[in-house]
Ligand binder design. Structure first.
Ligand code: ADP
Length: 256
């Protein structure tokens, strides 16, 4: 970026000549930002009618108690509303992460209570599957990072670790300090990810098994949010997985 202008430099050289090409990318960047704002605005606009739909469906729930077949359709409609709600939330998070105006606000976060809160928000979902969540995080672990980023990372990884786990499986969230960075890992005892799919799982809307992900309420955006948030924190994310055994996602963040 040179003085409010986005410029791409292309350098080519051979034995006799050297060429430096400068391309002004400012109009393209402006268009890109407009598009991101548009997605964020549309997502916010969709929230209101969806909330109204949810309310109407909840009101109908009582009426349908005596009519099992109507109840079945209602349950389906409620699932779709929940899915759309998640999709909107994920699109808003993605637009926030990509927004040029997004300001990071690092604050001191005590990792153990912070993670406990996320786990408690997901506990109903975990209990339904009999999944046990272990936290191997020292009491004194403190990070200085943007709260929204850390929340997006942990929520999505723990949510996936429950979602793609086996019945009565376990999820372990651990923390350790390395020489120059800290490592947070989220490991599960679930279905694993086939090796050939691993290079693509951080892409938007990529799912190993589309119908399974949909059934579980997945939007296909969780891991792209994780990757973007980790990059914003100048960190890295690694994945190790064995089919039928489980998966470990490891986040490395610079020490403060
Ligand atoms: P989704 O909403 O479908 O879960 P994500 O972006 O979070 O989307 O993940 C992309 C895909 O990666 C998932 O559809 C799933 O196939 C795979 N995946 C992610 N996390 C795990 C995990 N812990 N175990 C097995 N597969 C996983």
């Amino acid at each position: 970026k040179i003085k409010d202008k986005y410029v791409q430099m292309i350098f080519a050289s051979d034995m006799d000549e050297k060429v430096l090409l400068l391309m002004d990318l400012t109009p393209m960047k402006k268009y890109e930002n407009l598009k991101k704002d548009f997605i964020a605005n549309v997502s916010h606009e969709l929230k209101t009618p969806l909330a109204a739909m949810k309310l109407s469906l909840e009101t109908l729930e009582e009426e349908c108690k005596s009519n099992p077949s109507a109840g079945k359709f209602l349950k389906k409609a409620m699932e779709r509303v929940r899915y759309m709600n998640q999709l909107i939330e994920d699109l808003i998070t993605l637009s926030m992460l990509e927004s040029v105006n997004f300001q990071m606000r690092p604050v001191e976060i005590k990792l153990l209570p912070f993670t406990k809160k996320i786990v408690s928000d997901l506990s109903e979902f975990a209990e339904k599957k009999g999944v046990i969540i272990n936290l191997d995080i020292p009491e004194n672990a403190v990070l200085s990072v943007d709260e929204k980023m850390l929340h997006a990372i942990l929520k999505n990884l723990i949510d996936n670790a429950i979602k793609y786990n086996r019945e009565n499986g376990t999820v372990t969230v651990s923390y350790r300090e390395l020489k120059n960075e800290v490592e947070i890992s989220v490991c599960d005892t679930g279905i694993g990810i086939p090796r050939s799919h691993i290079p693509f799982i951080f892409e938007r809307f990529y799912r190993v098994d589309r119908s399974r992900s949909r059934k579980l309420g997945g939007t296909g955006l969780g891991l792209s949010i994780v990757k973007l948030a980790v990059e914003k924190l100048n960190g890295e994310v690694e994945v190790e997985s064995e089919e039928g055994k489980g998966t470990c996602f490891r986040i490395y963040l610079p020490k403060r």
